[in-house]
Design a binder for this molecule. Structure first.
Ligand SMILES: *Cc1c(COP(=O)(O)O)cnc(C)c1O
Length: 365
């Protein structure tokens, strides 16, 4: 028998999350972001769950090929564009819409001999300072724009930005406010007629003032929060991934005895410890502190002792009926992934993406 751990992926939940995103998007074009193997949910699965999306956004041409192989015939946005000139041949063959964010990519397009012109997203840096032509340098930004307009390789051009702080809590301020980023784009591109692609999940769900013509939600479609100051429930989305396992042993500790590597957790009284078949090699964060919640036998219990490669241990005091074979949920339907992530100093995004390849996946269809 295989280890009793698996990830359960709920496709109808993904479908409902997309429908919810679409209500926020109103008449805007909705790219479902499926990079990183659909945030760990499986690209082919996401291609089915997001059949109602207008397009898929990802950043690896292998993933674009997989989406086409899975029957996806609508647009595909390549979020980091091409890495080398021959990528353009694949982009053209797969009818992918590349982002162009640097001069090297403009040159690739200018030199290319494409059978038909392709749609392109021209990315401007308005304060995130990762990718894009610096929109605060008006001459440089205009030059990039004009070169793309003049290129015979380009069909429809769209202007794109990415927010650094669309999820910033109300009342908190700092650099690169979403409104500032919009102003930076407006200052240089205010009169350019091309459509705009602006919003990620945070801007789409939390900032109705951000408009634009296409939106790019990712995390919300998988039912997790955009940041620590919100919950998935507040956004109105449901978790799509549940990480499940079972208890494979129960130990009784005497007062003063400890459990696991480094003996991080020591019993102050006689107590039962459950051993769960789930460890960091499954994608569970090794730095989960004592107290991180886990559901065992339907009851909230907490991690006691260091997470090992294939096991973790929980204090069963509040779950007296839990025994070998009892069901365990590490995150998902009954325990928000963000709650676990935040206690581990990270975000739901990272836990989803880190789900190990070795895990069997079951689907709700
Ligand atoms: C990942 C990504 C998104 C989606 O972001 P979420 O926070 O998951 O909604 C949108 N746009 C770009 C450019 C991205 O890289």
């Amino acid at each position: 028998m295989p280890r009793p751990i698996s990830a359960l992926i709920d496709l109808p939940a993904m479908r409902r999350n997309l429908a919810h995103a679409r209500r926020h998007a109103r008449d805007r074009f909705v790219w479902a972001v499926v990079k990183a193997n659909a945030y760990g949910h499986g690209l082919e699965r996401a291609t089915r769950a997001f059949a109602e999306a207008d397009g898929l956004a990802l950043l690896d041409l292998d993933e674009a090929q997989r989406a086409r192989d899975a029957g996806w015939s609508r647009p595909i946005l390549l979020l980091e564009g091409c890495f080398e000139p021959r990528d353009l041949e694949v982009v053209s063959a797969l009818k992918v819409t590349p982002v162009v964010h640097n001069t090297e990519q403009i040159e690739m397009l200018e030199r290319a001999r494409l059978p038909v012109p392709i749609d392109v997203y021209l990315k401007f840096n308005t304060g995130m300072n990762r990718l894009g032509f610096d929109a605060r340098n008006a001459d440089g930004a205009r030059l990039a724009y004009e070169r793309m307009k003049a290129s015979t390789s380009v069909a429809q051009l769209t202007l794109m930005i990415h927010f650094a702080n669309a999820d910033r809590a109300a009342g908190v301020s700092g650099p690169a406010e979403a409104a500032e980023q919009l102003d930076v784009l407006q200052a240089v591109a205010g009169h350019w007629p091309e459509p705009r692609s602006l919003a990620n999940s945070a801007a789409l769900f939390l900032r109705p003032e951000v408009k634009g013509d296409s939106v790019r939600p990712g995390i919300a479609l998988y039912g997790a929060a955009t940041d620590e100051s919100h919950t998935a429930a507040q956004l109105g989305v449901e978790p799509a991934m549940t990480l499940k396992s079972r208890l494979i042993a129960v130990q009784t500790l005497k007062p003063g005895e400890a459990v696991g590597y480094g003996s991080r957790f020591a019993a102050s009284r006689s107590m039962r410890i459950g051993v769960v078949a789930c460890g960091y090699a499954d994608g569970y964060p090794r730095n989960a502190p004592d107290g991180t919640p886990v559901i065992a036998d339907g009851v909230r219990v907490s991690i006691a002792g260091r997470v090992s490669m294939d096991m973790l241990t929980v204090d069963l005091t509040s779950a007296p009926r839990a025994a070998v074979g009892s069901d365990v949920e590490l995150w998902g339907k009954n325990l928000p992934i963000d709650e676990v992530a935040n206690l581990c100093g990270t975000v739901g995004y990272e836990l989803m993406c880190a789900l190990a390849q070795r895990l069997p996946v079951t689907e709700i269809n």
